[in-house]
Design a protein around this ligand. Sequence first.
Ligand code: ZN
Length: 201
Amino acid sequence: MVNPGRSSGIEALIQLLAKVPGLGPRSARRAALHLIKRRESLMEPLARALTQTAENVKTCSVCQNIDVTDPCSICTDPKRDRSQICVVEEVGDLWAMERVVGFRGLYHVLGGTLSALDGIGPQDLHIGALVERARDPGVTEVILATNATVDGQTTAHYIADRLSDANVTISGLAHGVPMGGELDYLDEGTLSAALKARKPV
Ligand code: ZN
């Protein structure tokens, strides 16, 4: 593709930016220009943040959250309620739950959902590790906060089954979550209400 007026370096930047979710080629061009105009105040700090994150980011060996420490800052936070584990599909869902004022328990990130269509079975998700964690006598409640999609709900039922002989209350988010809804797109009020009104599965 010929792009008159831009050297290959800037073109490479634009093409990389265009791969970021939410940015298409047009937004990528605008973002690149914006960054270049704010080289010292934005572009250089962003470049440093990207490098540092790329070098230090890791997956928590306990909950599969991503952070720069392992175990992550949630798992090691002494102020967290260690009796509750909230099970989510992806790290983005964990971030959504964190925005909900009031949830101060721990998390478990599954890494997806069961899906017959995509050939994803229990062994492809972090379910075994969750069952292990739920055996800890200090854990009294597992909150299944998978998305309100068919796969999300199938996964929640499967996990509830696997946890049936663990000594924990198993609850799910209330139906404040619209069917087909993904946690990451919910406003705080809706998600907060769904968490408060959670009920045994
Ligand atoms: Zn963790």
